[in-house]
Write a protein that binds this ligand. Structure first.
Ligand code: DMJ
Length: 482
């Protein structure tokens, strides 16, 4: 399938006319423009905003339509081969359940994407499946972090979008079952908790798993009126922040019982990444002044000690949290979340520069490897796990700059995904970006995040107003209704 590429030519940008034009464009593209409302989805109240020519509009509406079609292709694969299970196996056409029994990871993760895309029938089917089949009364030991960002986040956002109280009831039940994870001597959560027996395990954790809970637990408090969820997740975040080094950095592993760091390497990559994201977003979502203070001090330290200018590009290195001494020059696919966070915080200059570095990695290899040495531009880990972060950042940058360059980037990402990862049943990760060898995995975040951020980049700006909605780290949109 051929994808048109939008030229980077700001001179073609012109103010266009009326609300009616945008509506007609959206309608022709099969896009259902929706506005996130306190509870439920309202018909669009479209402000006359976009500044595009007819050509750019047509191209982006076509791309939005194609992304939606490809989302459906993957969802239909799930329906056909994995219905009722956690994940589709896109090569063997089977399914995978994370814990031997299903928690409906894919339907819960994908539901709000369907709602945003206007896939009403599919959303209805997924919602019924969730209401009828999802039970957390299971004797399984789950990862607190993953279940929080994917399931708790997904249930809360879908509740806000539909107003279906049964989704909130499921979220509250899940929240109560996860709460014992916080019962450590420091208040920082254990990695695992049994949903039935409430037994916990795993004292060795990291900043991402400890510090990426407040958006979901905090929202649960606001929506149920039970403050305990907010208090526990906030305490965990503060306890972690309080253990920062003298130069205000955190390490990559910490023991939640002793409170001691067991790995002092600092970076913005997997294992730390979304801790920073939640400091910023919890401040914005809850107007929490402690989070504001912690975010500002942390991002300053990251930009002071980790930022690394190499060959004219901005990168973020790995350094020792105590000395600031550089350990390695690595860029990972997960690091690509950072331009989005910087853009949301208003630092468009660093956001643009770091995204250009990320794009350079993607285009150097035709698709993004899991990890590279950015000085030598050499692969360290050669898989691609259908990750969304680089698309997330081009979406934020497009939203805040309206620079067509970012739509062009996202068109490249989409085109490369089609070329390398599409299978007859869905989309597959790659075990090797050079050979395009596919592996039998389609993580639920592919439908929750990767396809959502691609779609939103090409859909009308009003589909989601980034100034009013906070996406959790799994791309579940949360709206401040309190
Ligand atoms: C997702 O589950 C979340 O985005 C998380 O923050 C990081 N890992 C995956 C996507 O790569």
């Amino acid at each position: 399938m051929g994808i048109a590429v939008i030229a980077r030519d700001r001179s073609v940008i012109a103010v266009i006319g009326s609300v009616g034009m945008i509506r007609r464009w959206a309608w022709a593209a099969g896009i259902f423009v929706i506005v996130l409302c306190p509870l439920g989805i309202a018909a669009a109240q479209i402000a006359p905003k976009p500044t595009q020519t007819q050509d750019a509009r047509t191209t982006s509406s076509e791309l939005a339509h194609q992304v939606r079609t490809e989302f459906l292709h993957a969802w239909n694969g799930y329906k056909q081969y994995a219905w009722g299970h956690d994940e589709l196996l896109p090569l063997s056409r089977g399914y995978r359940d994370w814990y031997g029994t299903s928690l409906l990871m894919t339907p819960v993760d994908a539901l709000d994407t369907m709602l945003l895309m206007g896939l009403t029938e599919e959303a209805g089917e997924a919602r019924e499946l969730i209401i009828n089949q999802l039970s957390f009364d299971k004797d399984i030991e789950v990862k607190n972090f993953e279940i929080t960002i994917r399931l708790l986040g997904g249930l809360l956002s879908s509740y806000q979008l539909t107003g279906d109280k049964r989704l909130l009831a499921l979220a509250e039940d899940l929240g109560n079952r996860l709460l014992p994870a916080f019962n450590s001597p420091t208040g920082m959560p254990y990695v695992y908790v049994n949903l039935k027996t409430r037994k916990t395990r795993g004292a060795e954790s990291n900043p991402a798993e400890i510090g990426t809970l407040l958006i979901e637990f905090g929202t649960l408090s606001k929506l149920t009126g039970n403050a305990v969820f907010y208090e526990k997740a906030k305490r965990a975040l503060v306890e972690l922040y309080n253990r920062r080094s003298k130069i205000r950095l955190v390490g990559s592993a910490i023991n939640v019982e002793t409170g001691r760091w067991t790995n002092t390497t600092s970076h913005i990559s997997g294992g730390i990444d979304s801790y920073y994201e939640y400091l910023l977003k919890a401040w914005l979502l809850f107007d929490d002044p402690d989070c504001e203070r912690m975010w500002k001090a942390s991002v300053k330290a990251v930009n002071q000690y980790l930022a690394d200018n190499v060959n004219g590009g901005l990168w973020y290195a790995r350094v020792d949290m105590n000395s600031g001494k550089r350990n390695a020059r690595r860029y990972g696919a997960l690091d690509a979340f950072f331009p989005a966070v910087l853009a949301r915080a208003g630092d468009l200059d660093r956001a643009r520069r770091f995204q250009e570095s990320a794009y350079k990695v993607w285009t150097a290899f035709g698709i993004e490897p899991e990890e590279v040495d950015y000085k030598k531009l050499k692969i360290v880990e050669d898989g691609y796990h259908l990750r969304p972060e680089i698309m997330e950042s081009s979406y934020y940058l497009y939203f805040y700059t309206q620079d067509e360059f970012y739509r062009q980037m996202s068109a490249t990402f989409f085109n490369d995904l089609l070329r390398a990862c599409r299978t007859d049943a869905g989309y597959a990760a790659l075990s090797n970006v050079a050979t395009h060898q596919q592996s039998d995995r389609m993580e639920s975040y592919f439908l929750a995040e990767t396809m959502k951020y691609l779609y939103l980049t090409f859909a009308p700006r009003e589909t989601v107003d980034l100034d009013k909605v906070i996406f959790n780290t799994e791309a579940h949109p949360i709206r401040k209704t309190w």
